[in-house]
Design a protein around this ligand. Structure first.
Ligand SMILES: Nc1ncnc2c1ncn2[C@@H]1O[C@H](COP(=O)(O)OP(=O)(O)O)[C@@H](O)[C@H]1O
Ligand SMILES: [Mg+2]
Length: 326
């Protein structure tokens, strides 16, 4: 693995005195999709804005492929593309002119074949001669991506790419991001949608109140923090768990009418089969069962919640959704 972006001890205190980031350390690997997940106001846009040279850091440093973003600004900036959170485009320019101009801003020689490929990949080719003001919101978003890609960056930042877009465009954006990754572009996206991080990311960083709470491979995160719970509705309520079942982590609920079993999402299946066998041997019958897996949402809520009660609630899987196992 090769580190393409390295953030060291980065802090930001805005002129107002507000501390938006506190000692952020983060390494991004070449070719990965990294999701920076955090609630509104967490500092996601501030972090991206510093990396992209729009906001100055108060302390710390950032290097892009070894180039410091302050002392080696041009080289660093030319490797980066940014799709900003806010829709900002030159309304009266054509799609083609806007994208070609962006390329020129980075001192790249004109390359119509490349611009054509970007526009085709983004389904903008038919619209190339249209003025941006005439395009739908979704198309405008695509133009922003095309602009960000115009100078062939190696790292693309997408700041809340799907905030406020409809479901269909959201799917399209995800497809598009996967396509960019397949072309070797490193992607860093910010989102406050947990399912987006769950769907897209190779690794997830959780940021809250200006601090990175964790950085993990998505699968490892789900395995490590993911818990499953099996709930059985008993045919006959129990007043206590029979001694024969002592070695299972079982609990009675609903006045003895339900039995719950909480286990690691990792080593599931065999466990459940063995448990059901033990129950049958102990003469315990059940009329229904559900399983529920704690989702990234549960994990996320417990991480960013300052309220210990909420954190405790979210640490345990919540009510089963009609047997749906997610
Ligand atoms: N120019 C600014 N001056 C003062 N505070 C700011 C400024 N920009 C952002 N903030 C504050 O910094 C915090 C982080 O903002 P931001 O980075 O936009 O968060 P996010 O993108 O995660 O929603 C917020 O509390 C926001 O109000
Ligand atoms: Mg933001």
């Amino acid at each position: 693995m090769q580190t393409i972006l390295s953030v060291e001890n980065l802090s930001k205190v805005y002129a107002s005195g507000f501390r938006a980031l506190t000692r952020i350390n983060l390494d991004i690997q070449r070719g990965e999709i990294f999701a920076l997940l955090g609630p509104n106001g967490a500092g996601k846009t501030t972090l991206i804005s510093i990396i992209c040279g729009i906001v100055n850091a108060s302390e710390g440093s950032v290097r892009v492929a070894g180039h410091d973003i302050v002392t080696d600004y041009r080289a660093a900036r030319s490797l980066i593309g940014l799709v900003p959170q806010e829709l900002t485009t030159d309304a009266f320019e054509t799609v083609w002119a806007t994208v070609s101009f962006s390329r020129g801003l980075f001192g790249k020689p004109t390359n119509p074949a490349y611009v054509e490929r970007v526009l085709r990949d983004l389904s903008l080719w038919e619209k190339r001669n249209n003025k941006i003001i005439t395009l739908s919101g979704g198309m405008k978003r695509r133009v922003l991506i095309a602009k960000a890609l115009a100078h062939e960056p190696q790292v693309l930042f997408l700041d809340e790419p799907t905030a406020g877009v409809d479901v269909e465009l959201r799917r399209d954006m995800w497809e598009l991001v996967r396509g960019l990754k397949a072309n070797g572009v490193t992607i860093i996206l910010t989102t406050h949608y947990i399912d987006e991080a769950e769907e897209m990311a190779d690794r997830i960083g959780v940021i809250n109140a200006g601090e990175i709470m964790l950085v993990e491979h998505k699968d490892a995160l789900m395995r490590k923090l993911g818990r499953k719970q099996l709930t059985l509705q008993l045919e006959t309520p129990l007043s206590a768990i029979p001694a024969a079942l002592d070695n299972w982590r079982l609990e009675l609920a609903d006045g003895g009418a339900e039995l719950t079993y909480t286990y690691d999402a990792e080593n599931e299946r065999n466990d459940i089969i063995a448990l059901l066998k033990s129950l049958s041997e102990a003469g315990i019958g059940f009329s229904d069962l559900q399983t529920k897996q704690s989702s990234l949402e549960d994990i996320f809520v417990s991480l960013v919640s300052k309220d210990p009660a909420a954190a405790a609630r979210s640490a345990a899987p919540s009510v089963a959704e009609n047997g749906k196992d997610r």
